[in-house]
Design a protein around this ligand. Sequence first.
Ligand code: PHE
Length: 450
Amino acid sequence: MAEERGKFSSRMGVILASAGSAVGLGNIWRFPTETGRSGGAAFILLYLAFVLLLALPVMVSEFVIGRHSRSNTVEAYRKMAPRTPWLVVGLMGVMCAFLVLSFYSVVAGWTLDYSLMALTGSISESQDYGALFNNFVSHPYRPVVFLVVFLLMTHVIVARGIESGIEKFSKMMMPLLLVIILLLVVLSVTMPGAGEGLTFLLQPDFSKVTTDTVFSAMGQAFFSLSVGLGCLVTYSSYFNKQTPLISSALNVCLIDTLVAILAGFIIFPTVFSAGVQPDAGPGLVFVTLPNVFHDVFDGVSWLGDVFSILFYMLLLLAALTSSISMHEISTAYIREHWHVSRRKATWIVTCTCMVLGALCSLSFGPWQDVTIFGMGIFDLFDFLTAKFLMPLGGIGICLFVGWKMERATVRDELTNEGRNLTSLYGILLFLIRYVAPVCIASVFVNQLFG
Ligand code: PHE
């Protein structure tokens, strides 16, 4: 007998699961890293504009496709546009999901190890956090072990299904996550030297904006909101008819942006008060924060430990609520396409990502010298997904909803059959049909030929 597809049981579940997907390492690790590399406030302003003008319309479009088709992200196009090349948008999404989950699990594995090190007090014993980080990530197998454990944790939640796995976990963890973030913000902005970090975050210097900055800000908006690869097509296929799509999307964007900015408020004051360069790259939050927690609580090392524990647990939780959503994209596709059980589909995805993830992880250690297009495997996966596949997928998704689907269907989905008809509907439709595809395409053209 065919297994049920499953669905979310409440409106709260919908918002927390979708926000859980959005809020993740993208906010707390990638956002500060990219902001640091790209010079601060000007990057953030661009990012905010892209969230509103590009990522929000893509998110709403994904909701329309998923809820209307009630299918995984490949089947959705097959159902609504049979025998056409639109299917490619879905397939590209599934491929992208495998790649994202693989490199994501590497960093999530680091956070798992750092959480344990914080718990056992071994972070605060170390004197040189930069060396601690470098020795750890370049170790031949230790990070791989943690990446595997992280994927198994993700696996257990996804295998339990939509309501008792994904929804339940997100509902428990998201509130906890917000509390930890607020605690850390208070601590960090009251630190000596915090002012310099706040200036970096709040005073835009537009002379630093290059085509690269624009390209990175667009990638960051897509990555952080989990759009362009069908993640929200998949989640919304489990929504019910009453879920208001526009306001849910607005809520998710708001929560995600707030967390990203708050994460900036946690990280940059600490970066500057530790005297570290803000463009330190992927190690930024792993090197600076223990440093700061150590210095600020000089003499009371257990307090520094408590904050380290809180911070790495925060990263870990955030990573998990996102990784389950990436995993579900491919799990739903494999389950429904090959008619296998959820259990089996989940294993296929988990094992594939273990192998790909190990390749990414090794690019920090023994395979440091292996490069493709001048990039290590980890950087290549990050670059290909966030900067290429996701924005490209975003164009496809917007064009599909804006130009291919029946206008009446789109209207019914977005307004709950006319019951929630507001001027937002018209504005969003305009963004979906014209603004998002044209802007994304021009950023690409500018980057490639500018
Ligand atoms: N949005 C997630 C984050 O910020 C990452 C993600 C990307 C999740 C793509 C799902 C799909 O960490």
